[in-house]
Ligand binder design. Sequence first.
Ligand SMILES: *Cc1c(COP(=O)(O)O)cnc(C)c1O
Length: 373
Amino acid sequence: MTPFPRDLYAPLVPYAPDRRPVEVDLSDNTNRWGTHPGALAAVRTADPEELLRYPPVYADRLRAAVAARFGVPLEAVATGCGSDDLLDSAFRAAADPGESIRFIPPTFSMIEIFATMNGLVPRPLDRAAPRSPSAPFGPLPDPGLLLDTEEGTPAIVYLCRPNNPTGEVLPRPWIETLLDQAGPTGPVVLLDEAYADFMEPDEGPDDLLRLAATSDRLVVLRTLSKAFGLAGLRVGFAVGAPEVIREIEKSRGPYKVNRLAEAAAVLALDDREGWIPETLAAARAERTHLARALVERGLAPLPSGANFLLVPTEGIGAGDAASVTAKLREAGVAVRPFPSLPGFGDAVRVTLGPRHETDRFLAALDTLLTPTT
Ligand SMILES: *Cc1c(COP(=O)(O)O)cnc(C)c1O
């Protein structure tokens, strides 16, 4: 008999981000401009039946809303309790315990956790070459290095674009080369686009999502937790070929999106000209503004396609990531510390918010900066 607790679970600890109350919370990349007003109204005016009855098994209204927004077939869409749920389900659908998953650190911290939870072997690809002004994230690795390892071919390749926590937007041709080399029988490529909504429109944020609907191996994951302001409702979706999506739904199981979440998400996804594009434009403008303000202070934020900036703490002169984070918190602002990030050293990740929150952050930061005169 397998011993309980399972050995496999020994390295896992329950997720415990710092959620102590703070005046301005720029630590978790949720939407600092608020929540979608139509979605909020839908939750406020819910009928008692909505609570009493089970939701549709696979959230077909939500699938239809995603299909309509992006011009893909409904059968190419799976939904879940946040995109975390879809990552977890996709891991189970695509890999047997003991198989491996490839990714390029630093990336989404949950990946290694979901891998371990599902008995998969995390195989990070070291991006060995150093960073430089012309390649602020380091040169891109040869995509083939993700597909073949000394230990064999991984079952899954995970990519995140824009990447959390660096903000890097992997170029589309590089991803297409990876898909070509993987071919129809290679690893399943999970492309996490939690922050794609914040990319510049001319970067083609939805191109790969559309490609996924007809691809043998590509699955794109999106969430309503960030741009759409609905993290509390837990809604995510995946787009892939219908045969792939069916497998993900099997491993996901029924009733993962509740009725209120589905109703709110449908309204938010339908918003093409209102609150959503307005707040996205505001976030992009704030990204430029904050990056400039940091550079003026002698800091070196990484270029970002997301609603956050990664700032190496080296130039701040107030200690490592943990102590910078603690001092900012004392000044009323929460950010996320990233100690010893491969390639970047200690850094903090700052979520973009409306101008008054940026100003609060900069004022807190200024109390830490060593005066130069
Ligand atoms: C926030 C985040 C998610 C999780 O989204 P949920 O839908 O809230 O589960 C997924 N991937 C990345 C990279 C994220 O930063």
